[in-house]
Design a binder for this molecule. Structure first.
Ligand code: FE2
Length: 386
């Protein structure tokens, strides 16, 4: 899918230099997330049939690519590129061996990739890939990448001069005889992308987003705010000038037992993306569809709903329906939100998804942290990792 004219003329979000007020890193939005997986074809089938994505483009031996195979799956404005290696020496093979299936690239749409890269590097980012131009008969795609936590990279993507399907090397996905098109589950956009980093590294990464991209800190949760009987964690949320791009960063805190963040770091073998939150405007319908498709969610105790209305006030959705589906609610000064978390979507207890519906609220469900983490620890105990 090419960028629309409206997107291209959309005003960039502001990464301002605090001293000069200069807008040094305008960002237009999330472009896509690339996951390195063991088998792109099978992952795409899972995302399509369980989550309601549609496979729209492919890259591989049939399209002239010799090193890797990719499927682009889309739903609303969410684009996931699922990539697996065709040779053992490709980065995707090394990544899967170490991390299992995981997010390798977070791509942000920018008006000028070269300028974004130069600004980031001059502010202390480590280069992952210098500015490059990919060309085909549909135009030019300009991109450059900087290193993020773990093996993740942040890619700047400039689509102004490209009109083809996703990018050079990709072709529209062929129609598969007998395969019905999956029904959308109503997922609209990426709301936030959360990282888990090692003990003591959260502040370093918060400073990175502030210094390199001009993000500011939206909120800070200390270990008092996020603790259970057994474990604790700390979190800072960094956002761009408009509040559209949000990157929460978690680190483990001292606790009696192993925290969910430590479990992630052990099985992911290092820091990386813990969850991707996807926005919907009808979470009841979205979660009903996902459950019908076999997506598994964290279980919250029935008692969570007993005093929900006292805790969050009046909400539009019937509470018995939220209880049936296991959807959580929370309120902040700007409004309320509804959210639910899947179980990890691979064998390792690593990457999972959040589904979120916002009614004004700009937070992350702080009121749900405690019940959520108790639920996470129950799962962790069942895996023998608590
Ligand atoms: Fe989240």
């Amino acid at each position: 899918m090419s960028a629309s004219a409206a997107e291209q003329t959309q005003r960039g979000f502001v990464g301002r230099d605090t001293a000069t007020g200069e807008d040094f890193c305008p960002i237009l939005g999330f472009d896509h997330l690339e996951l390195y997986v063991g088998n792109a074809k099978q992952s795409a089938a899972y995302y399509c049939h369980a989550f309601g994505f549609e496979c729209t483009a492919v890259r591989g031996l049939e399209t002239g690519e010799r090193a890797r195979a990719s499927c682009l799956v889309e739903q609303g404005d969410i684009r996931l590129v699922l990539t697996s290696a065709l040779t053992s020496s490709h980065d995707a093979a090394r990544s899967v061996r170490r991390h299992g299936d995981s997010v390798a690239v977070i791509a942000l749409r920018v008006p000028n990739a070269e300028e974004a890269f130069a600004a980031a590097v001059s502010r202390g980012a480590r280069a992952a890939a210098p500015p490059a131009i990919a060309r085909d008969e549909h135009g030019e795609l300009r991109h450059a990448s900087i290193c993020l936590y773990g093996d993740c990279v942040l890619q700047f993507m400039e689509r102004r001069a490209y009109g083809g399907v996703f990018g050079p090397g990709f072709e529209p996905a062929p129609e598969t005889p007998g395969a019905a098109a999956p029904a959308s589950c109503g997922l609209l956009a990426v709301d936030h992308v959360v990282a888990n980093v090692e003990l003591g590294r959260m502040n370093e990464w918060a400073r990175f987003f502030s210094r390199v991209l001009g993000f500011n800190q939206l909120v800070h949760f200390d270990d008092e705010a996020i603790s259970t009987e057994y474990s604790a964690l700390m979190s800072k949320v960094m956002q761009d000038g408009s509040g559209v791009i949000k990157f929460p960063i978690n680190e483990p805190a001292e606790g009696r037992r192993k925290s969910q963040i430590e479990e992630f770091l052990d099985f992911h073998e290092g820091p990386g993306v813990q969850h991707i939150a996807c926005r919907t405007e009808d979470i009841v319908d979205t979660v009903s569809r996902l459950r019908e498709n076999g997506v598994e969610f964290l279980h919250v105790p029935d008692t969570y709903y007993d005093d929900l209305e006292q805790r969050v006030g009046k909400i539009d959705e019937p509470i018995d329906r939220l209880a049936e589906l296991g959807i959580l609610a929370d309120r902040d000064e700007d409004g309320y939100l509804l959210q639910i978390f899947t179980k990890p979507v691979e064998d390792r207890p690593t990457l999972f998804y959040e589904i979120i519906e916002r009614h004004g609220a700009r937070g992350f469900g702080e009121g749900n942290f405690k019940s959520l983490f108790v639920a996470l620890e129950r799962e962790q105990g069942l895996r023998g990792n608590l």
